[in-house]
Design a binder for this molecule. Structure first.
Ligand code: SF4
Length: 376
C-alpha cells in the first residue's frame, strides 16, 4: 500500500463545478487509456456512473475484475467490500505471476463508503457462532455461505472451511451446490436473501432459525431448533431494501390496476411474496429491458437505479415502489470530487484510498470467490 503523500489534497476539489470535474476525469481517462479501469455499481449516481468504463451489479463486477487483464489500476465506484473483492480477484497469484509481481492498484474514491449490511456480521461474531454451533451440531456438515456484501475476512472464513460466496444473482445455485455436499448451511449476513431463496426451494420456515449475534446463548435458539435446521439465518439486513413493505405494493396495485411489481431479494419475505417478481439488480434491469412498451412497473430497489431505468425506458411507465425515497447513503459518498481527486493522484503516481487485502485473508477469500464463480 502506498504511504506516499498525495500530490493533490481533497479540499481543493470540493468547490469545483461538476462540468470541470467531469472534464478532468475524462482527461485522466484519455491519458491512462487501458491502464485504468473505472468500475461502477448500478446504484451510483448518474454523474459518476456515466464515467465508468464498465457497470454492473456485484456479481458482474466481480467477474469483470477477475477477467480484465490489461489494466494497472481500478477505481471502484461502489462500496468497500466490492473494492476488496476486486483487489482479491485482480491480484490473485496467477495474475500477479503473469505481471511479474506487479499489483493492480485498487482504489475506492471515498473510504467511508461502506455497507451497513456488511457491517452487521463481524469476524469475531461469526467465529463465536461457529464454535457455539459446534457444541450442538456437526459443523463439518454445515456449509458456511457469505453474501458478497461482507468483509474479506468473512469470505476467508468461508474459503478455509470449504464454503462459498454468493450474490443475489446466484444465491439459488449456490444453495443447490451447498446442499449437494452438506446437510445445512450457515448464511450471513443478509437474512432476507437467504430466507427468500431457501423458501423458494421449498425449505420450511421452521427449519430456518435466526441467529442473533447479540444473544449470548446459541444466537437465541434452542439446541433442538438448530438440530432441526437446514438454513441458519444471520440477523442482518439492508436498510434500503428493508424499507419496502407489502402495504406499498397494495397501494400501487390499488392506484394502478395491472401494474407489475419487481423487488430485490434483500427485501423482506412478506414484500417478496406480495410482489410479482424478485431478482438481483442485473435481473431487474433485464426484465425491464425485455418488457413490451406500455408495461407499468413499480420497482423496489435503490432509487438511483430506478430513476435511471425511468429515463432509459420512456416507452414504459416506471415508479419507485416506496412511499419515501431511500437512497443508499454510502453509495452516494462516491461523488465527482472524490473520483476526480482519486484519479488525479493515481495518474500522478501517489494513489490515495488504496484497498489492499492482506495476503493470508486474500488467499482464503479467493477460494470462496472462485467457488462462486464456478457455480452456474
Ligand atoms: Fe449495502 Fe444496502 Fe447499500 Fe447495497 S443498498 S450497499 S446492501 S446498504
Amino acid at each position: 500500500m502506498s504511504l506516499v503523500a498525495p500530490t493533490f489534497e481533497f479540499a481543493s476539489y470540493e468547490s469545483l463545478s461538476n462540468a470541470e470535474l467531469t472534464e478532468r476525469v475524462r482527461r485522466i481517462k484519455a491519458e491512462m487509456g487501458s491502464r485504468l479501469l473505472i468500475l461502477g455499481h448500478h446504484y451510483q449516481q448518474d454523474s459518476v456512473i456515466e464515467l465508468a468504463d464498465l457497470r454492473g451489479d456485484s456479481y458482474q463486477l466481480a467477474e469483470l475484475a477477475s477477467r480484465h487483464e490489461q489494466c494497472e489500476a481500478i477505481a471502484f465506484c461502489g462500496v468497500h467490500f466490492m473494492a476488496e473483492t476486486a483487489d482479491i480477484l485482480a491480484n490473485r497469484p496467477e495474475r500477479l505471476a503473469q505481471r511479474g509481481g506487479k499489483r493492480v492498484t485498487v482504489t475506492l474514491p471515498d473510504l467511508a463508503a461502506g455497507c451497513t449490511l456488511a457491517d452487521m456480521a463481524g469476524i469475531d461474531q461469526v467465529e463465536d457462532c461457529w464454535s457455539q454451533l459446534g457444541e450442538v451440531i456437526d459443523v463439518n456438515d454445515v456449509m458456511p455461505i457469505t453474501y458478497v456484501n461482507s468483509t474479506a475476512d468473512l469470505k476467508a472464513f468461508c474459503g478455509r472451511r470449504g464454503g462459498i460466496v454468493c450474490t443475489s444473482a446466484n444465491a439459488r445455485a449456490v444453495l443447490d451446490w451447498s446442499f449437494a455436499q452438506r446437510r445445512r448451511v450457515l448464511f450471513f449476513p443478509d437474512q432476507h436473501l437467504a430466507r427468500n431463496t431457501a423458501k423458494a426451494m421449498g425449505i420450511p420456515l421452521e427449519q430456518m432459525p435466526l441467529w442473533n449475534p447479540r444473544e449470548k446463548q446459541l444466537g437465541g435458539n434452542s439446541p433442538e431448533a438448530l438440530r432441526q435446521s437446514r438454513v441458519i439465518l444471520w440477523q442482518g439486513l439492508c436498510s434500503v431494501h428493508q424499507a419496502f413493505q407489502p402495504e406499498h405494493i397494495a397501494q400501487m396495485r390499488a392506484k394502478y390496476p395491472g401494474i407489475k411489481i419487481i423487488v430485490h431479494p434483500e427485501c423482506s419475505m412478506e414484500t417478496v411474496d406480495a410482489a410479482d417478481l424478485s431478482g438481483s439488480t442485473g435481473r431487474i434491469i433485464r426484465v425491464v429491458e425485455e418488457s413490451v412498451p406500455g408495461t407499468r412497473w413499480a420497482i423496489g430497489t435503490e432509487p438511483n437505479l430506478v430513476e435511471r431505468l425511468k429515463r432509459q425506458h420512456p416507452e414504459q411507465e416506471i415508479f419507485y415502489l416506496g412511499a419515501k425515497v431511500r437512497m443508499c447513503g454510502t453509495m452516494m459518498m462516491i461523488d465527482l470530487p472524490h473520483l476526480c481527486w482519486t484519479l488525479e493522484n493515481l495518474a500522478a503516481g501517489t494513489p490515495v484510498n488504496v484497498i489492499e487485502v492482506d495476503s493470508e485473508t486474500a488467499r482464503g477469500a479467493l477460494d470462496a470467490l472462485q467457488r462462486m464463480l464456478q457455480v452456474k
